[in-house]
Design a protein around this ligand. Structure first.
Ligand SMILES: [Zn+2]
Length: 404
């Protein structure tokens, strides 16, 4: 069986090559997997996604490492014949991006080892950012930024990155950042004077090619610290995005970007104060509104006054406050509703000397509103999404207690 010669092992910047088709298999997807005698395409592995590109102009959508069988190039369209000579071309922007993230990871991981003796347990290149899981027990912004600082210094020193092929005996004599995952001959990636680690991925020629590294966020996960970072072009894209967000927020305050957090904090404090004042005003308004509603209340056969009303844009808290003010009166049943944004809210209550199960009435009303609710026989609360049915639900509840 053929084994593909992996050209990316010796030259990570080689993107065009000629090769012979060694084998072909149909994929379940209807596409074809092409095995070549040699390839510059990197297959998915080691946390790094596969290259894409073309073979004789045909789209290579994915490359898979099939071990003994070599590298499978999954192509769309009519595949070339066995033994045909094909021209391969790797998508360079994607390869460069992966090299920047992957090499950036070597540098950042070694920075955590150098400064905090904290090894990296796993690594992933994701759609827009990357993750490493580091054995870092007590992460703080300061600790993480110190590692970021060291990593960027190593990038800007533009150190050389070289590949060393060694036997396992030779490797045993070397200080490697992580244990080799396999036996036999090893491929080591050496960042001059900084890092030495076994790896089968594609790396920059020099650290400067990584551009820069920035940490977006971090969290504790499964006893490790999960750090989300971006390198190279992703760092620039992320800066643009972050800057745009920050400037848009600042524009809302008619201020400069860096003054926005202070003004936002001020606004939130003012907003809290306004809420407190509104609550106090509502206390007074509820009493006044209760009197008005009582004046127009209907009386049922038992002599109980029924107050049924639908408000616009009142929250559940206000409805409850109003209900309490109303049921302070004897022989009173209160059926209140409100259209609060796209939600219908309900509060039903009765005075201690009135009869009726508010909880049961509430369940019926909420069924009509495609929502849910409940409570006690004298006070119940609920709501639903079917705002159009709110008037009908209140009218139905009023009819049930003889209030219509
Ligand atoms: Zn690597």
């Amino acid at each position: 069986m053929p084994v593909t010669e992996r050209l990316y092992y010796s030259d990570s910047h080689l993107i065009e090559f000629e090769a012979r088709v060694a084998d072909l298999t149909d994929r379940v997807s209807g596409w074809t997997a092409v095995v070549l005698d040699r390839t510059a395409f990197y297959p998915t592995g080691g946390g790094q996604p596969s290259d894409t590109g073309t073979l004789n102009g045909l789209r290579v959508v994915e490359c898979i490492d099939d071990g003994e069988r070599g590298v499978l190039h999954v192509v769309q369209g009519t595949a070339p014949a066995r033994d045909a000579i094909v021209h391969g071309r790797v998508d360079w922007p994607r390869r460069l991006d992966h090299m920047q993230q992957h090499t950036g990871q070597h540098i950042l991981s070694q920075a955590f080892v150098t400064l905090f003796n904290a090894p990296t347990k796993s690594f992933r290149v994701m759609e827009a950012s990357c993750e490493i899981d580091v054995e870092l027990q007590h992460p703080t912004a300061e600790i993480i930024e110190r590692a970021v600082e060291l990593a960027n210094n190593v990038i800007w020193e533009d150190r050389s990155i070289t590949i060393r092929n060694v036997t396992s005996d030779e490797a045993a004599e070397l200080r490697l950042r992580k244990e080799p995952a396999r036996e036999g001959e090893l491929r080591l990636i050496e960042i001059d004077g900084f890092d030495l680690t076994p790896c089968g991925g594609t790396h920059a020629y020099r650290t400067g090619e990584v551009g820069m590294i920035a940490v977006r966020s971090w969290e504790r996960a499964k006893g490790l610290t999960r750090i989300e970072f971006v390198a190279g072009t992703r760092a620039l894209a992320d800066y643009r995005k972050a800057n745009k967000s920050a400037r848009e927020i600042a524009a809302l305050f008619s201020t400069g970007r860096d003054d926005a957090p202070h003004l936002a904090t001020q606004l939130i404090e003012e907003n809290k104060e306004l809420h407190r004042r509104i609550r106090a005003l509502e206390e007074g308004a509820a009493g006044f509104e209760a009197e008005k509603l009582l004046a127009s209340a209907l009386t049922n056969a038992d002599g109980t006054q029924i107050v049924a009303h639908v408000f616009e844009a009142r929250d559940a808290e206000y409805l409850k406050k109003l209900a309490h003010a109303l049921i302070a009166n004897p022989q009173t049943i209160v059926l209140l509703g409100s259209r609060d944004k796209d939600t219908a809210r309900l509060v039903f209550a009765r005075s201690a000397d009135a009869s009726g199960d508010m909880s049961a009435l509430m369940r019926d009303a909420c069924t009509m509103l495609d929502g849910r609710g409940g409570g006690k026989p004298d006070m119940a609360q609920g709501g639903g999404k079917n705002v159009q049915q709110l008037n009908v639900a209140i009218a139905h509840a009023a009819a049930s207690v003889g209030g219509s």
